[in-house]
Design a protein around this ligand. Structure first.
Ligand code: 2XP
Ligand code: FE2
Length: 299
C-alpha cells in the first residue's frame, strides 16, 4: 500500500444558517434570501471550487457537537441515514442525511490514539443520530456526499481539566490521525468544524435572514478573531497554539471543543500560510473558512 497523505485541512465552521440559506433538497426549512451571511457563503463557494482541484477519498471531521464524556469516540458503523435537527435552531436545520463511514480508517485512528495514551471508543449503535456539526461542515465543504467520512467526537478534557491539558490531548489526537492516514494509504481532507470567537446573541430576530441584526458580538471578539487570522496569513501556527488557551478563554471560543488544535497538529503545525476563503459572523459568533494545503513531499 502506498503512503497516504492529508491533501488539505480546513477550518469549516457549522452555523446551520449557512445550510438553510442555500436551500439544499435535504433540508426541510426553506430560506428566501441569504443577505446576512454572504461573506461566509462566498467563502464556502470558494472553498468548494478549490477542492475541485484536489483528489481525496475520505473526509475526516472533528465535531464540537458530538460531546463525549469519557474519551474520544469514532463513528464505527458503515452507513447512517436519518434526520439531523439543530436543537437550538430547529427552524433552520432539519437535514435528511444519508452517509457512509470509512470504519477501517476510523479504527486505525482510534488505535493510533490509544497507542498515544488516549481513551477511545468505537460507536457501534446503528441508530445513532449524527450531530449537526458534522453534517453542516461536510455539506458546506463538499455537498456531493459521494465519499465516506470519518467522524471524531469532542471529548471533554478542556472542561474537566484545563485548556492546556485539553490541547495536549488534541495534539496527540492530531498526530494519531496523521499517522493512520499515512499507514492506511488514504488521501484525506480534514475538517475542523468550529467557529472562532463564539459569543452568541441570545435573541433571534423575527426574520433570521435580516442583515441588520447580524454583526460580531463585540469588538473584543473581533480583535481576537483578527489576531488569529493574521497568524494564519503569516504561517505562524506555532504562535496560534501558544495563544490558544487565552484565545479560548477570552473569546468564549468554540475551539475549547478541540477541533482547531487537532487540525493544526494533524497538519504538523503549518509554517506556511492558510488561505482564508471567508470570514463573517452568524448570530454574533466569528467564523472563518480557511484551507491549508500541505506542500508536496520530495519523492
Ligand atoms: O451554537 C453553536 O455552537 C453553533 N455553532 C451554531 C450557531 C452559530 C454559529 O456560529
Ligand atoms: Fe457550534
Amino acid at each position: 500500500m502506498s503512503k497516504g497523505k492529508i491533501v488539505a485541512g480546513c477550518l469549516s465552521p457549522h452555523p446551520p444558517h449557512l445550510v438553510y440559506a442555500t436551500n439544499p433538497e435535504q433540508n426541510e426549512p426553506e430560506a428566501t434570501g441569504s443577505g446576512a451571511w454572504e461573506p461566509l457563503l462566498n467563502g464556502y463557494a470558494s472553498l468548494q471550487e478549490s477542492l475541485k482541484n484536489k483528489e481525496f477519498d475520505v473526509i475526516i471531521v472533528h465535531t464540537p457537537h458530538w460531546k463525549t464524556v469519557v474519551g474520544h469516540h469514532f463513528l464505527g458503523v458503515p452507513h447512517f441515514k436519518d434526520l439531523s435537527v439543530d436543537p437550538i435552531f430547529p427552524n433552520l436545520f432539519r437535514f435528511n442525511y444519508d452517509l457512509n463511514v470509512d470504519v477501517e480508517l476510523a479504527e486505525a485512528i482510534a488505535a493510533e490514539a490509544g497507542d498515544r495514551g488516549l481513551e477511545t471508543t468505537m460507536m457501534r449503535n446503528p441508530d445513532f443520530r449524527v450531530d449537526y456539526g458534522t453534517i453542516t461542515s461536510c455539506h458546506l465543504s463538499y455537498p456531493t456526499w459521494d465519499i465516506p467520512i470519518v467522524v471524531i467526537s469532542s471529548s471533554r478534557p478542556y472542561f474537566y481539566f484545563s485548556n492546556e491539558y485539553g490541547d495536549a490531548e488534541m495534539l496527540a489526537l492530531g498526530e494519531a490521525t496523521r499517522a493512520a492516514v499515512e499507514k492506511m494509504g488514504r488521501k484525506a481532507l480534514l475538517l475542523a468544524s468550529t467557529s472562532l470567537s463564539h459569543r452568541h446573541f441570545t435573541d433571534e430576530p423575527e426574520d433570521p435572514e435580516d442583515p441588520q441584526f447580524e454583526s460580531i458580538y463585540n469588538p473584543n471578539q473581533l480583535a481576537w478573531d483578527e489576531r488569529i487570522l493574521q497568524m494564519i496569513r503569516a504561517g505562524d501556527c506555532k504562535q496560534i497554539l501558544a495563544e490558544m488557551p487565552d484565545f479560548i478563554e477570552q473569546s468564549i471560543s468554540e475551539c475549547k471543543d478541540g477541533s482547531f488544535t487537532w487540525l493544526l497538529s494533524a497538519l504538523e503545525v503549518p509554517t506556511y500560510p492558510g488561505h482564508i476563503h471567508g470570514y463573517g459572523s452568524v448570530i454574533g459568533t466569528g467564523n472563518a473558512v480557511v484551507e491549508w494545503t500541505p506542500p508536496e513531499e520530495p519523492s
